[in-house]
Design a protein around this ligand. Structure first.
Ligand code: ADP
Length: 251
């Protein structure tokens, strides 16, 4: 038997996570200040600006937004790793969560001329016990990928299915797909596929890692099917607790 003392490795690992967490926190405040100043400039609150100035400030605003997204992703990752990503489940209408996320992408969908469809279930879904904020984030990460990695004019479909004791969600796109030889790394931290990098798409490689953690913390499963240049479908399930009242109704 060989025993290997990993105390030091564990300590270094913890210090690294703490360092990322601290730096991310420190960066958040100045980035917010920059955001609000740029917003005021763009809205003309600080005086009139020319069309050209507006264009440049607009681009700076977008870059700043991307930095804020990255910081938020990093904070979520450190919370997951330190076991501080706590869940506050409440009984909720799951379809409303999906609809909320879809609404936030309406402009993006229009801008990219994406043919978008939301296939709901015929019968009303039972309520599920989820952390609404985090479940929105998981759905948002999947839909964001489907839209980002699909060229203009492509198709994105979200479908819901309800089967006995679980809800199944599928986010399907006709985008760039994920190369076969890289598929097993898709849910790891900071992973970005070579074809996505080549196309200069924006991303941090943290969205799916976070989504997987959220889904699994809710007792669900997440997986995908993908073919390069053809498209991808990301699936996840959520268990539905049979409620006592429903049980009584059926008696
Ligand atoms: P990000 O999108 O910010 O890079 P994610 O963790 O959400 O990070 O995704 C990791 C990688 O998986 C992406 O960079 C991309 O290469 C690939 N990927 C995820 N979703 C899709 C999709 N729908 N179509 C094609 N590639 C995808």
């Amino acid at each position: 038997m060989i025993l290997h003392d990993i105390t030091r490795e564990k300590m270094i690992e913890r210090m690294k996570t703490e360092f990322v967490s601290l730096s991310a926190h420190q960066l958040r405040t100045p980035l917010s200040a920059i955001k609000w100043t740029l917003r005021m400039l763009l809205d003309g609150d600080l005086g009139e600006i020319t069309k050209e100035q507006k264009e440049y400030i607009g681009k700076t605003y977008e870059s700043n937004e991307r930095m804020i997204d990255l910081i938020n992703d990093l904070l979520n990752v450190t919370r997951i790793e330190e076991g501080r990503y706590l869940y506050e489940p409440t009984l909720t209408d799951f379809q409303a969560i999906v609809q909320f996320v879809i609404n936030s992408f309406k402009e993006e969908i229009k801008k990219k001329r994406i043919k978008f469809e939301f296939k709901k279930t015929e019968e009303k879904l039972p309520e599920v016990k989820v952390d609404v904020e985090k479940m929105r984030l998981a759905v948002q990460n999947l839909l964001n990928n489907a839209i980002s990695y699909t060229p203009s004019g492509g198709e994105v479909t979200i479908s819901l299915k309800y089967d006995k004791d679980k809800i199944e969600v599928a986010v399907k796109d006709t985008g760039i797909g994920i190369p076969q030889d890289q598929q097993e790394r898709v849910f790891s931290k900071f992973f970005r596929a070579t074809n996505a990098i080549r196309k200069e798409t924006k991303g941090t490689g943290l969205g799916l890692y976070i989504a997987k953690n959220i889904i699994e913390a809710h007792g669900g499963k997440i997986w995908f099917e993908s073919k390069e240049d053809k498209g991808s479908t990301f699936y996840f399930t959520l268990p539905v607790e049979k409620r006592f009242e429903e049980f009584l109704k059926r008696l």
